[in-house]
Design a protein around this ligand. Sequence first.
Ligand SMILES: CC(C)=CCC/C(C)=C/COP(=O)(O)O
Length: 265
Amino acid sequence: MSLTKPLNRSSPPHLLQRQGSDPTTARLRASESPTRRRGSGSSTGSASGQGPPEEDGIRLNPSLIRVALSSLLAIDLWLSKQLGVCACEDSSWGSVRPLMKLLEISGHGIPWLAGTAYCLYKSDSAAGQEVMLNLFMGLLLDLILVGIVKAVVRRRRPAHNRMDMFATFSVDRYSFPSGHATRAAMCGRFLLAHLVLAAPLRVLVLLWVGLVGLSRVMLGRHNVTDVMFGFWMGYCQYNLVEMLWLSPQTLQGLLGQSVCCFKYI
Ligand SMILES: CC(C)=CCC/C(C)=C/COP(=O)(O)O
């Protein structure tokens, strides 16, 4: 505030002189009454040529952050509206909507959970089962974490969105973060790390992740920041999956413990 506030020119010059020449007195005055100091703050700091008092800098920061955040939010809303070109059939890119919906299905939780459970069931190697089991756990973890963040943040979906998604939870009426973006980022990293893929396929995985994110904004389901945060969250979730990795030994231990519990009951 003191940076934008003009100097108190009405203060008598002898007073300014005294405060400037006697820093001890000025400091004592400052500690006496913060309210009074605020009134004459600019003459205390600036007139003595020492720059604004430190406290003023601290008061300035939150408002700067607030301005920066609201500007970012305004840009986000504007950009998301501009990019929401497939929000309905009669939007400017309405003809591409079916393709975007196909991308939506490719990143939906149900096909991923069902596909992983099927691969787990069909896998005849211990290593394959281990990978699929951990992917399955990762998908469940993703649903839980995204649900929690959505329920806490409660950001509404863009006004131009038509809520015609299949199989949603009640928290999915909120948009932050994009569950498709977290899943795509987490599964993309998982596939690249655990499957031996040729270079073109690796590029295809990355392309798919990016397109799933873009389709969320183009369909009008999300704002850009929902998707960006979703990608970051999914990236971090993969680290969590690695940290909590269930090895066959851990599994055997867990199964053994639960069998013991059942016997005990
Ligand atoms: C019913 C199951 C298993 C998952 C719901 C998946 C879903 C619809 C998430 C919402 O994604 P966005 O936040 O990207 O819109």
